[in-house]
Design a protein around this ligand. Structure first.
Ligand SMILES: C[S@@+](CC[C@H](N)C(=O)[O-])C[C@H]1O[C@@H](n2cnc3c(N)ncnc32)[C@H](O)[C@@H]1O
Length: 332
């Protein structure tokens, strides 16, 4: 396996400066997909004019938002300030949605600080009259963090809201149904649960235990990105809450998972990130997928060929990225 990852880009100031020279987008600019399907904007999610330049009067069926969580990797704000900021991009998101649409937001809860900002965000969402709460989903990470004095933290939270009455397409996991014995009378006959089932597999619930978090050995890994969501999780959301050729939006693109999911599933995606480096990674990830069918760089990186193979500081160590900064975190 190749061993040339980028370090976490939020902590690699010098390298970031070098990468900026290779970025197509400057703040305020929007990249148009030459195939006419997607857009990538270098935009501030909380700026109405910038969001309008991405949407240009179009409305989306689905929004998948994954903002920085007011924890690490983000200039931490007071919780009231953070939630006021969230309210601004939530309102812009809701305005960008069709009359019947879905909104999903990934957000963390700091167990050492009153479960902020998730708890505060949920309360704020009650003030958005256009949407109603539908589900509170937990994705269970395989690896966790914490001390032996507390429960190991393995959860990532995802809240699901709807505007109007959007369609919902039931999703199934790859987990086979094995538990028999739930009987019910149907048409005067006693039936067993497996024969009543629509699938041999368990339906996806609001606890996802079957999705692997991204780490450096996975093909979809995008090194340098510290908060990448698993493609399988985003695919599940996109398939549940949109149909082919419909528009999906994501204002916090980072590694471009939502865009790649939409490309593979035949949706259109308008996505944005405030940072030109992540915008460039997103565009390169899409281009590479179209050219080679690959989902990420595993332990290589998006700027190979531009920086050369030995540019990334993590490249000198042996197979496994040793420094904490080169590993994928579990927190986002
Ligand atoms: C948690 S990451 C998103 C991860 C993404 N879902 C993925 O799978 O790669 C959050 C991203 O939001 C971006 N961001 C922070 N503030 C922003 C803002 N005001 N507008 C747009 N993007 C912003 C950061 O640069 C970062 O890339």
């Amino acid at each position: 396996m190749k061993n040339n990852p980028l370090p976490r880009l939020d902590r690699a100031g010098k390298l970031r400066k070098e990468l900026l020279r290779h970025c197509r987008l400057k703040p305020g600019e929007v990249w148009e997909d030459p195939l006419g399907r997607h857009r990538v904007g270098c935009l501030d999610a909380a700026d109405g004019a910038q969001v309008a330049s991405l949407l240009r009067e179009e409305s989306a069926r689905l929004a998948v938002q994954d903002p920085p969580y007011n924890l690490a990797a983000f200039e931490r704000r007071g919780v009231a300030e953070y939630v006021a900021w969230c309210q601004r991009w939530v309102e812009l998101t809701v305005d960008s949605l069709a009359a019947d649409a879905a909104l999903y937001v990934w957000l963390g809860a700091d167990q050492n600080d009153g479960f902020q900002p998730l708890a505060d965000f949920m309360v704020m969402m009650r003030r958005i009259p256009e949407v109603k709460s539908r589900s509170f989903i937990t994705l269970r990470n395989q690896r966790g963090y914490g001390t032996s004095h507390n429960w190991m933290a393995v959860r990532q939270e995802l809240v699901y809201y709807t505007k109007g009455d959007p369609p919902f397409h039931v999703q199934y996991t790859g987990i086979p149904k094995v538990l028999r014995g739930y009987y019910k009378e149907v048409g005067g006959r006693r039936t067993e649960n497996i024969e009543r089932s629509k699938s041999e597999h368990i339906r996806a619930s609001n606890v996802w235990v079957d999705v692997q978090q991204v780490f450096y050995r996975m093909e979809e890994n995008v090194s340098g990105c510290y908060a990448q969501k698993p493609l399988e999780a985003i695919d599940r959301i996109v398939q549940a809450s949109s149909s082919e050729s419909e528009l999906v939006i994501d204002f916090f693109a980072h590694s471009g998972t939502t865009l790649l999911s939409c490309e593979r599933l035949g949706r259109r995606c308008f996505t944005a990130d405030v940072d030109p480096v992540y915008c460039e990674i997103v565009i390169r990830r899409l281009e590479r997928f179209r050219e080679k069918g690959l989902l990420g760089w595993q332990n290589g990186h998006a700027f190979e060929g531009v920086l050369g193979d030995e540019t990334a500081p993590a490249a000198k160590s042996n197979h496994r990225p040793r420094s904490r900064s080169a590993r994928q975190p579990t927190l986002f």
